[in-house]
Design a protein around this ligand. Structure first.
Ligand SMILES: C[S@@+](CC[C@H](N)C(=O)[O-])C[C@H]1O[C@@H](n2cnc3c(N)ncnc32)[C@H](O)[C@@H]1O
Length: 266
């Protein structure tokens, strides 16, 4: 299996931690609601794939309490040093090859992880294998094809389109799907999960908002990778960052598509 090509793997740490914390600030409330809707409670065993800065992992540890357990698997758990609770265990591993117990978890969750894995179908099968019969899979992945600039100067709106094209090309060259969120529901139904639900969240965001700031931060972190696609030049990236900071601008930066489904009993 090829070495992981996770696009944020070699970016600057402090900025990456800030970016991950902002993602948590914006998206944790919806993720918590979705996880609670599975019945998540004291005593459950949870698998968190790609915990990033770890807020969902830590929160699930609080919900499941001392009689439950949370196992987290991340390629590089460098931001998880504070995770010292006894019911949390962190495994440094690639989810494509990690040794995980079969039929062992009540819930398996990943947010913004499968989009970074070309072999997402294999990973999905492994995640399902880890679930107990009756256990829940909760996935939340982006759909960058939903992106569009709405209000801004002509130059800024053109830059939004170009940066989004660069994101498409970057993921495509790595064998990844920048619109993966769109496929999630079909992937779960094809695997026989029951009670499958889907939600789409495509916020209409002002410049300077948390969403715009997350995307500006990603652009700073991935600047060289976007330039390497040939789809953008430096001026486009600068224009995009000004757009993302401008309170008069409006855009849909991407959509998050979330699915939830239950593994069939017995
Ligand atoms: C964009 S971050 C999302 C972090 C967190 N899930 C969140 O939404 O706040 C992606 C995370 O997945 C991890 N990751 C990426 N590819 C992985 C792989 N093949 N195996 C395990 N973890 C991976 C990264 O190290 C990172 O922590």
């Amino acid at each position: 299996m090829a070495k992981s090509e996770y696009v944020f793997q070699r970016v600057e740490d402090q900025r990456e931690l800030e970016r991950l914390r902002m993602i948590e600030q914006v998206f944790d409330p919806s993720s918590r609601r979705r996880l609670l809707s599975t019945g998540l409670k004291a005593g459950w065993r949870c698998l968190e794939v790609g915990p990033g800065a770890g807020s969902i992992m830590t929160w699930m540890g609080e919900v499941v309490g001392p009689t439950g357990q949370v196992v987290a698997v991340d390629l590089d758990p460098k931001f998880l040093s504070e995770a010292k609770r006894t019911n949390l265990s962190v495994i440094r591993a690639d989810i494509r090859t990690a040794q995980l117990p079969e039929q062992s978890f009540d819930v398996v969750h990943a947010r913004y992880v499968l989009i970074h894995v070309p072999e997402y179908e294999t990973v999905l099968n492994r995640m399902l294998g880890c679930l107990k019969p009756g256990g829940w899979l909760v996935l939340e992945e982006p759909d960058f094809s939903a992106s569009r600039g709405i209000e801004g100067t002509a130059e800024q709106l053109a830059a939004v389109g170009k940066i989004n094209h660069a994101i498409h090309v970057m993921f495509e060259r790595l064998g990844m799907d920048y619109a993966l969120g769109q496929k999630l529901q079909a992937l779960l139904l094809a695997r026989g999960l029951q009670s499958v639900t889907m939600e789409l969240d495509a916020p209409y965001s002002a410049g300077g908002s948390e969403m715009a700031t997350i995307m500006r931060m990603s652009t700073v972190q991935l600047r060289e990778k976007y330039l390497a696609t040939g789809a953008v030049i430096s001026e486009d990236l600068d224009s995009y960052c000004r757009f993302a900071d401008d309170p008069k601008s409006r855009a849909i930066y991407y959509a998050t598509i979330a699915v939830r489904g239950q593994k069939v009993e017995g």
